[in-house]
Design a protein around this ligand. Sequence first.
Ligand SMILES: [Mg+2]
Ligand SMILES: [Zn+2]
Length: 207
Amino acid sequence: MMGRRPAVLLDRDGTLTEPRHYPSSPADLVLQAGIVRPLQRLQSLGIALVVVTNQAGLAHGYFADKDLDAMHIHLRSELAADGVHLDGIYACPHHPDGVVADLSVQCTCRKPEPGLLLMAARELGLDLSRSWMVGDFASDVAAGRRAGCHTAWVGPAALQTNGPEFVEAKDPNLRAATTAEALQTIADLMVSQRDLKGGAIVERRLR
Ligand SMILES: [Mg+2]
Ligand SMILES: [Zn+2]
């Protein structure tokens, strides 16, 4: 049986792409600076790259499924232009205080709940214990921890040492001012642990 792959699970808004208030069109998704090279490197190590994103704008009626599809076609093509392939994009459309009836529920996939990560792991055959969750919100870190991943908190807030966000994020494995920096460090860790511990994190490269 083929081993389960490690993954880097990335939050979308403010992590993979620049922060925007409720992005609703492809032009709203601008890749963060410097992330392409570390993503290429992770991919070349056989690490799955998966987006896990809360999209409560669907429940709030700010945009529709077709808009989200258009955004993600754009996101995939922006990355594909640099040879980066996303193994999956998982989005939670829910919010308990939404206006779209079907989506206005307390779900188990809105981060900090781990549902999106667990679904990705099931569908893509991921080993969450060797995977990383990377995000700019404390709720990303919390979701990653609940799913049993290593966690990286990125962005300006990630460097704070007090306040409610800090309390919620508790103890990420890594903090970095930028996503690019975190991804480089994760790639380094995955390589060195494989070398040092005979496959503690990266069991083997996929062919
Ligand atoms: Mg975010
Ligand atoms: Zn949900």
